[in-house]
Write a protein that binds this ligand. Structure first.
Ligand SMILES: [Zn+2]
Length: 280
């Protein structure tokens, strides 16, 4: 299950409430050889020794990245954005499979397992900007759940762009952070926008629809404890079901009854309703 902006925020606020003040006694890494090779975890795994004896001061998130801030300018960065499980275990709980297990002095534990692409890094404050994901999400872009995501900003930034919406919303050149291909499908369906529709050709209503849908999807996922396959740190699942996406394969549009289509688009696939999202 991917951990995107709303799910990362849910985890970060739970971690903040649950871990604050706890001191790390030890840690263990498991099955990390491959992750080290491809750069998903510190190249020098002994950098995790920095965690020992440090106390959790806060946990925050921006975009898809979670920062657990420890004493003495040490951080544990978790970014299981394409898939991962972060679980808190009070004393005595059964330990699930993990890549990192952090043991606190009070007997509780935190485990994280990356199930697809994602990062686990022990980083000192002065090296935070060396982390590609930290730089991408904490230092760049506008976040759709922060006050600078306004309609005026959106209209000014996107209106008139002679491009399809996806590269403006998702990926390296996006003006926003935290929007994945999955969220993109959900959002454009709700806004009635075809993925190949140039943004400059959208009506004011359609553009406003995009802006509103992004906000709605983010806040609904926060309200419903994340997407339906997501598990929070206590193992409780989320209940947000996307309005459009792979879950709508071979189904009919709930608005108009048209069979949902799958279209290759922008290096991935997009599910859409050809009636509610006309190409022109
Ligand atoms: Zn439809």
């Amino acid at each position: 299950m991917s951990i995107e902006l709303p799910e990362a925020r849910i985890l970060a606020s739970q971690l903040d409430q649950t871990l604050k003040g706890k001191t790390i006694q030890s840690y263990d890494l498991m099955d990390v050889e491959r992750m080290t090779r491809i750069g998903f975890i510190n190249k020098d795994i002994f950098e995790f020794d920095d965690l020992i004896g440090k106390t959790v001061e806060a946990a925050t998130s921006r975009g898809n990245v979670i920062r657990i801030k420890l004493s003495n300018a040490v951080n544990l960065l978790l970014a299981p954005e394409y898939g991962g499980v972060v679980i808190f275990l009070p004393e005595g709980g059964k330990v699930p499979k993990y890549h990192i297990r952090v043991d606190f002095t009070d007997g509780s534990k935190l485990t994280t397992r990356i199930t697809s692409m994602g990062l686990i890094y022990a980083v000192r404050d002065e090296n935070l900007t060396d982390s590609y994901m930290y730089k991408r999400d904490f230092m760049n872009g506008v976040s759709p759940i922060e006050p600078d995501y306004t309609w005026e900003w959106f209209r000014e930034t996107f209106g008139g762009q002679n491009r399809q919406p996806k590269p403006l919303l998702v990926g390296k050149e996006a003006h926003l952070i935290g929007i994945s291909n999955a969220t993109f499908q959900d959002v454009i369906y709700r806004a009635g926008v075809h993925p190949k529709h140039k943004v400059s050709d959208l009506s004011e209503n359609q553009l406003r629809g995009l802006y509103d849908s992004i906000k709605l999807v983010m806040y609904e996922r926060l309200r419903l404890n994340g997407k339906h396959q997501f598990k929070d740190i206590h193992g409780k699942t989320g209940s947000y079901v996307p309005a459009m996406g792979p879950n709508m394969k071979d189904r009919h549009c709930p608005n108009c009854g048209t069979l949902i289509q799958r279209l290759a688009h922008g290096g991935g696939h997009v599910y859409l309703c050809p009636t509610c999202q006309p190409e022109n």
